[in-house]
Design a protein around this ligand. Structure first.
Ligand SMILES: Cc1cc2nc3c(=O)[nH]c(=O)nc-3n(C[C@H](O)[C@H](O)[C@H](O)COP(=O)(O)O)c2cc1C
Length: 362
């Protein structure tokens, strides 16, 4: 990602791993003592954009919460005025201890951001809540800490993934949507300070922390969830889900026999966007048009036909764009015009969509 990283190590950390390893990994000098460079505890905080304490032990958390400054890390914490991210990691009984919980509450009330711990097997052989958060989640938390909070005060509902339209308890009509675009939108909107509800069809993705996450398997379930979340005063509804267009007319309560079916009669599913866009007091609506071929006119017609405020068009036949990929190339159409993007990550596309939303809103 290109960040310059300066590592500080406590004495206990050096029992587990050598400064040399982290010097090589960070390609930077490692600070291990308050007295090695007498001005480091003032110079380091002045240069840093973010302070990340990962793993954060119960001992260090206690020191930070109580203003103890007896090593390079705890002293730099006191001299630092920017965003701080801590990733606690310890045995689950230690984590649950009221003293640790009180210290964490105190740090959070002072604006420190906490990521994790996760549940699962612990180094001590026990199982519980205490595992260091996944590295990607820590990186995401750091990016969130560094993001400008220009969406603060905004309530945004995002849908993601496919829906499944069942013909019997085991078979369904669905599509190739992975949910990646919607999850990126939810994560970036959260990073930028929005209150986010993410409503998702079945995907293999882990929801970002700090968003309200609801699962909706069928188009009808998704419709109900979108109505409920939008009724809570949503400012924007971003329909990145690929809601199936068809559903079987009949849904059998039991598994259909192999030879019992020769045709499947289908109905159109509920049109979620048209329903919400007909509300008197409605959120700003951003839809998606995944087409085969560069059919922009069709996307324009879809935007006006469903009374959307913005539509994000992409050609799913293009290499590395559309379904299942980590990248996309889109054309955004709205009331102020249109903009086309290069092939870029779905996180970057999400930023551009949200920038454009804010430009129109303000
Ligand atoms: C093998 C071993 C593993 C430990 N693991 C943890 C841990 O995961 N989390 C924790 O809070 N303390 C753990 N401790 C205890 C800390 O090392 C101890 O509290 C130390 O004083 C922390 O110092 P620091 O906060 O300056 O790094 C462990 C101790 C040992 C001996």
């Amino acid at each position: 990602m290109g960040a310059t990283v300066t590592v500080m190590m406590t004495g206990a950390a050096r029992e587990f791993i050598t400064p040399l390893s982290l010097q090589v990994a960070s390609q930077n000098a490692v600070h291990t003592s308050l007295f090695q460079d007498p001005l480091a505890h003032i110079a380091l905080p002045a240069q840093a954009d973010v302070l990340v304490i990962a793993p954060a032990t119960a001992n260090t958390i206690a020191k930070l919460a109580n203003g103890i400054a007896d090593d390079i890390l705890s002293t730099v914490f006191l001299a630092y005025q920017g965003p701080v991210v801590i990733a606690p990691s310890m045995n689950w009984k230690m984590y649950e201890h009221p003293v640790v919980q009180e210290n964490l509450r105190k740090l959070l009330s002072l604006g420190v951001m906490q990521i994790g711990p996760d549940c699962g097997p612990l180094a001590c052989g026990e199982e519980g809540k205490g595992r260091l958060a996944a590295v990607q989640d820590i990186v995401d938390a750091v990016i969130a800490a560094l993001s400008p909070k220009d969406l603060k005060g905004q309530k945004i509902v995002v849908t993601a993934g496919p829906t499944r339209e069942y013909m019997d308890p085991v078979r369904f009509i669905s599509n190739r949507s992975s949910g990646k675009m919607g999850f990126s939108l939810a994560k970036i909107a959260r990073n930028r300070g929005a209150e986010v509800a993410l409503i998702s069809g079945p995907t293999a993705l882990r929801p970002p922390q700090g968003v309200v996450f609801r699962q909706a398997h069928t188009s009808d379930q998704m419709f109900r969830a979108v109505e409920e979340e939008s009724e809570k005063g949503a400012d924007a509804l971003i329909m990145a889900a690929a809601v199936a267009d068809f559903k079987p007319v009949r849904q059998s309560g039991v598994k259909l026999e192999k030879r019992g079916v020769s045709t499947i009669a289908v109905d159109n599913t509920v049109d979620i966007i048209s329903s919400i866009s007909s509300w008197k007091k409605r959120p700003f609506i951003i839809g998606f048009a995944a087409e085969t071929g560069s059919n922009i006119e069709k996307a324009k017609a879809k935007m006006s036909g469903k009374n959307m405020d913005m539509i994000v068009f992409n050609d799913v036949t293009e290499k590395d764009a559309g379904f299942e990929t980590d990248t996309n190339r889109v054309v955004i159409l709205d009331k102020i015009g249109s903009t086309s993007t290069e092939l870029m990550s779905k996180d970057e596309i999400a930023c551009i969509i949200l920038d454009r939303y804010m430009k129109i809103k303000t």
